[in-house]
Write a protein that binds this ligand. Structure first.
Ligand code: BLA
Length: 243
């Protein structure tokens, strides 16, 4: 379902950046589940470039039951541009949920003006993918922008609307990065480091995918995948202490 989205991102990354493989901890790069009737596989890729310190994407293929493409691009700590966040999910072909956003590091108005307002034009072109759905797991005012695409949709719309929207968001993201001035002030860099780390902590604690990973691959693997790969700058202590 989302294979063309993964291929597009991959081609774009290799075309535009000097990529180096970024290691994925042992055992987390891929997994296959034979639990239940349906075979489920998960595979992840991770790269870095001088401007992008972590580029990760994951594909879950459980045939008809589930297809997921998830990605986060983390800029290097001397850039304050948003994360590019991608979460496309299809369950049984009937329930399709797509989320695509320039995820802001900060919510102040100067930041919004500089990095989020430029997304408005693309966002407004694809208004049927901006459905203002209520968030149950996350707080829409933290790490999400007002120009996110967030929709419950169908396979036709995925091909005909989401794919062009996705290409435009990615192109705009590359342009934003190309225009961004590297930050030299150490205090400002510290503030970015903290904000990126807080994003990992926030995301790890709320990630609605934990149940999905656990059901396919077990809780232990799911915990490791979240805290050692997806959101490796989050501290798992809070979770461990609940056990
Ligand atoms: C929702 N994301 C979800 C759900 C799952 C995942 C299972 C719940 C779907 C449902 O309502 O049944 C899946 N999340 C994943 C997977 C990974 C993950 C597979 O992190 C990792 C491989 N989520 C992101 C990113 C964004 C994001 C980068 O990981 C930003 C674009 C958004 N996912 C997002 C939002 C929801 C969601 C906004 C709805 C959550 C809510 O209602 O609060």
């Amino acid at each position: 379902m989302f294979a063309p989205f993964k291929d597009y991102l991959e081609t774009e990354l290799f075309k535009n950046f000097d990529l180096q493989k970024r290691p994925i901890p042992e055992g987390l790069e891929s997994n296959v589940s034979e639990r239940g009737k349906n075979k489920a596989s998960i595979q992840s890729w991770c790269y870095q470039s001088p401007q992008l310190r972590k580029i990760r994407y994951t594909y879950i293929d459980a045939g008809e039951t589930a297809q997921v493409f998830n990605s986060v691009i983390y800029p290097s700590h001397n850039y304050d541009i948003p994360f590019l966040g991608i979460d496309f999910l299809s369950f049984g072909k009937k329930k399709i949920l797509v989320v695509l956003d320039f995820q802001p590091l900060f919510q102040d108005s100067a930041y919004q003006e500089k990095y989020i307002e430029p997304v408005k034009a693309v966002h407004d072109k694809y208004s049927e993918l901006a459905q203002n759905l209520e968030m149950k797991f996350y707080d829409a005012n933290q790490y999400f922008s007002k120009y996110l695409l967030f929709a419950k949709t169908d396979p036709d719309t995925v091909i005909n609307k989401l794919f062009p929207a996705y290409k435009e968001y990615i192109q705009l993201y590359w342009e934003t990065l190309a225009k961004a001035e590297p930050i030299e002030d150490q205090q400002k860099i510290e503030r970015i480091i903290t904000a990126q780390k807080d994003y990992d902590q926030y995301s790890a604690e709320r990630d609605p995918a934990h149940g999905l990973f656990s059901s396919y691959f077990g809780t232990e693997w799911a915990d490791r995948f979240l805290y050692e790969f997806l959101f490796e700058d989050a501290s798992p202590l809070a979770v461990a202490s609940q056990k």
